[in-house]
Design a protein around this ligand. Structure first.
Ligand SMILES: Cc1cc2nc3c(=O)[nH]c(=O)nc-3n(C[C@H](O)[C@H](O)[C@H](O)COP(=O)(O)OP(=O)(O)OC[C@H]3O[C@@H](n4cnc5c(N)ncnc54)[C@H](O)[C@@H]3O)c2cc1C
Length: 495
């Protein structure tokens, strides 16, 4: 059994994915079920939707969410630039906006249907010990101590992770001075389904505002506010209403959720302590500009699930868990570097930096070259696990793209990503598994095992998109794809 501490989006993604490998999971969650409110993380990236599609509810999230492909950045009232996310025939859009709370609800429903996952709501982890074979977790349940043993434990218990603390893992980094006022408001507004970001708008001078659409006429507004901002005083004095009115004008609106949030940039010194692993906010915290928090937490869960499952089946493959720490620490460093650069531009730390930032913004109104220096957030993409300057093929370490395919034999999949399951996948492009020329062919390979003769599915790359997206050229190649959809190896194949 694997123990997961925390039934947030990362803990539940991990639990559901482990169950698909046949691994029983017990989740300990200190809160009572479905206690969430507000949008919190709301921009769900395509790869996150793909991951949840494997768990059975990605399509529901995508259908429910507001798809968007355009981001606009303004300085005062001038639009500086527009970021257009490429339109492709990949199944899911680059981003959909839907509240984390709604997604958590879908996850809890999925967990309720999954016999291999047990969630103990209202149980808070208070103790953790481990030896060579087991982890011993002590939880507080209505002032009663409950002790559980597990083969491995994962701390998906958020920013203030008890697992991290009990393992003595440091969480170095820094917190930002300015705070952010976050409001979800319901209003019928003539705003486009786009991400819109302002520097120094007349209605929040010297600071920033971000607006995002959500389903059901709900809008998410983030105002950068001073360190001493007091939400209660703002509300009681009527200044909150004035603030919202400067955006919605005379339209009727209803506040749905209000909070004040301080951003942090932190990363655990280690993601693994022998039989204990950290994932999601327990492992890394970053500002949300670029949507890297929740999306990277889900990527942690998908990376960790197959490694834990394979390690349980074959304990000598424990190196796989080191691979988790290495890859996801690389991803966290990348995400922290990107979000830190954004935050340094948005919230300059010194007066000199502020003057330089303001000069860039002013100059960028007339000088398109200066606009390249304006940083309103770089949107999340899946991390590539390939060292910079490496001689490995470009596909190695990258996530498998989606592309429409035509099922021919042994599968009903109509898109490439539907072929990823719980075993490694071997993708033969431009050749058959026996090496002869033929349809592009997909063969499922059991972990570490040889190819079972005759067991393969065939799909046709009808539109040529598979080869195009994988940049494999005309020569036949064989790609090995891991169960988290990352390309692990690429080999040339003689026709
Ligand atoms: C106000 C707010 C706004 C946000 N906005 C954005 C945004 O716009 N974009 C973005 O990407 N991210 C945003 N985030 C961050 C995003 O919500 C997190 O990245 C995401 O929730 C991380 O998921 P997680 O599962 O790792 O942790 P969490 O969601 O924090 O879940 C951890 C779970 O562990 C449980 N737990 C904690 N300690 C224990 C214990 N001792 N025993 C048992 N259970 C325990 C907690 O109750 C919780 O349910 C926001 C967060 C907040 C709070």
């Amino acid at each position: 059994m694997i123990a997961v501490v925390g039934a947030g989006p990362v803990g539940l993604t991990l639990a559901l994915r482990l169950a698909q490998f046949g691994v029983p999971v017990t989740v300990f969650e200190q809160s009572q079920r479905l206690r969430g409110e507000g949008s919190k993380a709301l921009c769900m990236q395509r790869e996150t939707l793909e991951s949840w599609a494997m768990l059975g509810f990605g399509q529901q999230v995508a259908d429910r969410g507001v798809a968007w492909q355009v981001g606009r950045t303004y300085f005062r009232e001038t639009e500086l630039f527009l970021t257009q996310l490429p339109a492709t025939d990949e199944h899911f859009p680059p981003f959909v906006n839907v509240s984390q709370t709604e997604v958590e609800r879908l996850m809890v429903e999925a967990v309720d249907r999954e016999p291999l996952v047990t969630v103990h709501w209202g149980q808070s982890l208070t103790g953790l010990e481990q030896d060579a074979d087991r982890v011993r977790l002590t939880c507080d349940c209505d002032s009663r101590e409950v002790v559980t043993e597990a083969a491995y434990a994962v701390g998906a218990d958020g920013a203030r992770s008890s697992v991290r603390r009990l393992c003595g893992i440091n969480f170095p980094g820094h917190s930002h001075r300015d705070q952010f006022l976050i409001a979800d408001i319901r209003a019928q507004l003539p705003f486009p389904a786009e991400r819109r970001f302002w520097f120094d708008p007349p209605w929040n001078p010297g600071r920033t505002v971000l607006i995002h659409p959500q389903p059901d006429d709900v809008w998410r507004i983030d105002w950068q506010v001073p360190p001493n901002f007091d939400l209660a005083a703002e509300r009681d004095s009527g200044r909150l209403d004035e603030r919202i009115r400067r955006i919605v004008g005379g339209s009727q609106y209803e506040p749905v959720w209000l909070t004040v949030y301080r951003f942090h940039q932190r990363m655990a010194a280690r993601f693994r302590d022998r039989r204990v692993l950290l994932a999601g906010d327990a492992a890394h915290l970053m500002s949300p500009f670029g949507a890297r928090g929740l999306n990277s937490g889900v990527a942690d869960a998908m990376n960790l699930a197959w490694r834990l499952a394979f390690t349980l089946r074959s304990p000598e493959s424990e190196d796989l868990l080191e691979g988790y720490a290495a890859e996801r620490m690389l991803a966290a460093r990348e995400n922290l570097a990107v979000t830190d650069a954004t935050m340094r531009f948005m919230v300059p730390a010194t007066e000199a930096e502020r003057r330089e930032r303001d000069a860039i913004l002013l100059a960028s109104v007339d000088d398109p070259q200066m606009r390249a220096k304006v940083n309103s957030g770089r949107l999340a993409t899946p991390t590539v696990y390939r060292p910079a300057g490496s001689a490995l093929p470009v596909q190695t370490g990258a996530v498998l793209p989606d592309a429409p395919v035509q099922p021919v034999r042994g599968t009903s999949a109509t898109r490439l990503r539907e072929l990823v399951g719980t075993a490694r996948l071997r993708l033969h492009l431009g050749c058959r598994p026996d090496g002869s020329a033929g349809d592009d062919c997909v063969q499922v390979v059991p972990p570490g095992g040889a190819l079972p003769p005759g067991r393969h599915a065939v799909v046709r790359d009808v539109h040529g998109r598979v080869g195009e997206r994988l940049q494999t050229g005309a020569a036949p190649v064989v790609l090995t794809v891991r169960p988290d959809a990352y390309v692990e190896a690429v080999a040339a194949r003689s026709p």
